[in-house]
Write a protein that binds this ligand. Structure first.
Ligand SMILES: Nc1ncnc2c1ncn2[C@@H]1O[C@H](COP(=O)(O)OP(=O)(O)O)[C@@H](O)[C@H]1O
Ligand SMILES: [Mg+2]
Length: 364
């Protein structure tokens, strides 16, 4: 693997350092010796399926849950023994957790008032925070009268008004419809960037993670499978799990039959597939390819497969061809823009470059 996939922070600075965190619930270990490091100003996502431990890790960092072992170091200070309200970490929860009987301004003021600021003194910072999320004109409304997107903005203003050292967001957009979610992602990313805020997003949506993050930690069963930039996760997934979870791909099981000159030839149910790899013959592997790397006009040196065209989906910005093989496998071939001239039912040969084959060893 290239050095880009190492778990080191791209910047020298270790800002948040989660060191050797272990957590069990009623005797079941859900997190074992977790290490996780974020640089100052970075936007990082924890991405993984439901139950993999994202919220648990977030709550331990925030001080809302106590780890069995391990430390949380923030800005060089070990905050492990500090209660949540002394860590200067803000959390935006999935359900926003606003106070329904208070106005927008009172909700945003809450953290400052809890720190002992007077009603007069909180006015300016509350107005600033509401301006950041473009909610100034709603200051005196009850939060119960707001739409989901507006409540989300208020929750962000409430989190930022206290100038946190770290912002944690647990599936912050999951209650919003798709269009609004995309708008909020863009807005929030721009806001956090402009203020240089260090933030960790929890999400189970890979597109959201790719869109908002500098780096993504892909989690499975309480472990980080890979922690890397979105482009690296996509192009060089470190495991079959990451390849499955991030982006679409067609995957096939097979066995390496020959290994020469840095190229492994893998026998699969639908023929031989070559990949740039270094395995010994006999190794059980999984190979895969991304839809946009498949071409309907392959050259001789490419991996080639015969498929029957099963469907042509015209999606506007792209056209997706579905091809079924003689085996069970279904291949997608994604072409940019609107393409015509493909007929359902015809048998065609597709291909992809040997260098574009993703390959991982799997347990035999
Ligand atoms: N308070 C709790 N008591 C018992 N088990 C819990 C508790 N909180 C979380 N878990 C378990 O820990 C694992 C991780 O949960 P969680 O961190 O909520 O996952 P995620 O946020 O990724 O969906 C799951 O198996 C979940 O059932
Ligand atoms: Mg969760």
């Amino acid at each position: 693997m290239s050095s880009l996939t190492t778990e080191q922070s791209p910047k020298q600075h270790r800002y948040l350092d989660v060191v050797g965190v272990t957590k069990s619930f009623k005797g079941t270990v859900v997190m074992d010796q977790m290490n996780f490091r974020v640089a100052r100003g970075e936007l990082v996502s924890l991405l993984g399926p439901s139950g993999c431990g994202k919220t648990t890790l977030l709550r331990i960092i925030a001080g809302l849950l106590e780890a069995d072992t391990g430390d949380i170091v923030l800005g060089g200070r070990n905050v492990s023994s500090l209660p949540a309200h002394k860590r200067n970490i803000s959390v935006v929860f999935q359900n926003y957790a606003l106070f329904p009987h208070l106005t927008v301004a009172e909700n945003v003021a809450f953290g400052l008032r809890a720190r002992g600021m007077s009603k007069t003194d909180v006015q300016a910072p509350v107005a600033d925070a509401l301006a950041l999320v473009r909610m100034e004109s709603y200051a005196d409304r009850p939060v119960s009268a707001l739409s989901g997107g507006q409540q989300q903005r208020v929750a962000v203003a409430r989190a930022l008004v206290v100038s946190p050292d770290l912002l944690l967001l647990d599936e912050p957009f999951s209650a919003l419809d798709r269009k609004l979610r995309e708008t909020m992602q863009i807005e929030l990313k721009a806001l956090l960037r402009s203020r240089g805020i260090t933030a960790i997003f929890v999400t189970h949506d890979q597109e959201e993670a790719m869109g908002v993050s500098d780096r993504i930690a892909v989690m499975s069963n309480g472990k980080i499978e890979q922690f890397a930039e979105p482009s690296v996760l996509y192009a060089q997934p470190a495991s079959p799990f990451v390849m499955d979870f991030v982006g679409l791909s067609t995957r096939m099981s097979g066995r390496v039959v020959t290994q020469t000159d840095g190229i492994a030839t893998v026998r699969t149910a639908i023929g031989e597939v070559r990949a740039i790899a270094d395995y010994t013959a006999g190794t059980q592997v999984q190979v895969g390819v991304r839809p946009e790397l498949i071409t309907p006009d392959p050259t001789a040196e490419m991996n080639q497969i015969k498929v029957q065209l099963d469907d042509v989906m015209t999606l506007g910005s792209k056209t997706v061809l579905h091809g079924v093989t003689s085996g069970e496998d279904k291949f997608l071939c994604e072409l940019s823009g609107i393409r015509t001239g493909y007929t359902r039912g015809e048998t065609v040969t597709w291909g992809w470059a040997v260098a574009d084959t993703l390959i991982h060893e799997v347990a035999a």
